[in-house]
Design a protein around this ligand. Sequence first.
Ligand code: SF4
Length: 233
Amino acid sequence: MAGSTALSEASISALTTRLEQENPEAIVRWAIETFGDGVSIGASFGGVTGMAILHMAATLKPDVHVFVLDTDYLFEETHETMRQAVSSLDLTNVQVYKSKLNHEVQAAKHGSALWMRNPDLCCEIRKVEPNRRALAGKTCWLSGLRRDQSEGRASVPIVEWNNKFGVLKVNPLANWTEAQTWDYVVKHEVPYNPLLNQGYTSIGCFNCTLPGVQGRAGRWAGFDKDECGLHTS
Ligand code: SF4
């Protein structure tokens, strides 16, 4: 298969049917064998799903392209988890993407604490635009969405064409549960964010993440928003 741009809707539908029957490790293997250096893993170093994917991919291809979106508002525990993962999984191609606007420039242009007034714009500036640069030239985006994470993710496909970023998007753990994902991470001794042991269930920017709330309800409290815009059309 030459690349994701060559895939028709019919091929993606057939792939979805086939890969629904496979386990996540087989799906990650398929993606790496099919797309090679065209694969890119978006890792938040917040949740366990992404950590499991990193472990599965690093076992096959330690130089797989991994990118993290450093919004300038990540918890120190998230940075530490990234350092631990790079070391223990022997990842050799992890790249950090930041917004073109630093904190001060964003405040001067859009006002201070933009996340409290317009989190969609803040996410667009600090996540979506850097994500576009991270995936430029790539053909396959491995992402850590699971169907049990929220109502909005309940029908996430294993494979889909993503128009927003122009890549084939693969969610290898879409049909795993949170418990299955934890079992994998514990069994393989994959490092994970210690905040997950401190009452956080979904970890993003410290400005917009609360502990003690199940699922993604702790994100963007007070707003009708539970996605940052990376995974919406
Ligand atoms: S999660 Fe909050 S602080 Fe982070 S980019 Fe989005 S709105 Fe801004």
